[in-house]
Design a protein around this ligand. Sequence first.
Ligand code: PHE
Length: 345
Amino acid sequence: MSDEATIRAALARLETVHDEAGLAAWHRDVLGRRGSLSEALRTLGSLPESERRQAGQRLNTLKAELEAAFAARQEAVRAELLDHRLAGEGVDVTLPGRRHPLGGLHPLTAMIREVTDIWAHLGFQTVEGPEVELAKYSFDMLNIPKDHPARDVWDTIHIESDAAEITLRPHTSPMQVRIMLQQQPPVRVVVPGRVYRYEAQDATHEWHFHQLEGLAVDRHITMADLRGTLAEFARQIFGAERKVRFRCDYFPFVEPGVDMSIDCPFCSGKGCRICKYSGWIEILGAGMVHPNVLRWVGYDPDVYSGWAFGMGFERLTMLKYGVNDIRAFFSNDLRFLGQFQRARL
Ligand code: PHE
């Protein structure tokens, strides 16, 4: 075979190489120490002097050509291999990502924050207190002496019934006493927290729920402050168009005592199933702090006066979002809880 033909065959074979092993084999066969080119170079010596120079030049040109062809093919094969690998490892960047489930606030937690924020703007500090509480604070110092029938209104869960009488607090009102024992007037606080009652459960009753206690004590505080402040709170949480209504109610630790209702936000007071066709929905109990309570914490009732209120968070949240069963809050059902996650974190 002439050199030309050998070389052309080598070039043609190079085109069929598609991997590193093929490249190495080709290089060995053609350009290697024992390859066809080296062989041709070795035969130069046997040529007559006159032809040797020319033949040598031609082989050198061929060598350069083969080396260039090899380098080009090597690059092409590597590019092919890379393409192939990328195609195999393909990532579809248009696929939607996997969403990591993020926790969110429980609707009651969100409501507690919203409400305490409103009170902060009205000048009330938020404090918390113990859930395991002495009857002394839950009842005695709130003007509900032992064996007083009013004590039965709060169906208390007892932890120890001996002289100390340790209970799960049935309301947040004991914090009124604890706060006043700790500081001098003026007092402006709200107390969110969990309370417990020994009660049968149904759509509107739970054996544990959340309350907000409020207390303002200072010189010259009157019923007008109670009325104005609570009405302002109702408007902030339920909308500027809400009307409020106060009626007489009885709580041993206030005098006079009232309850406050808002006109039904579902029917604007016309009467519907939710307001039991009365047009009004009761949302809290309140009143002027009883002089006995002030006296027993060491405040002079002739100098200081105050008002207090107590409100249930579950009821408020149910009204605000149209939840019809209080048990849903404590069911740990993500289908229920997930509905409150919008932009609330
Ligand atoms: N503690 C009362 C209750 O649980 C509510 C209340 C608080 C009423 C403060 C008047 C003043 O029913």
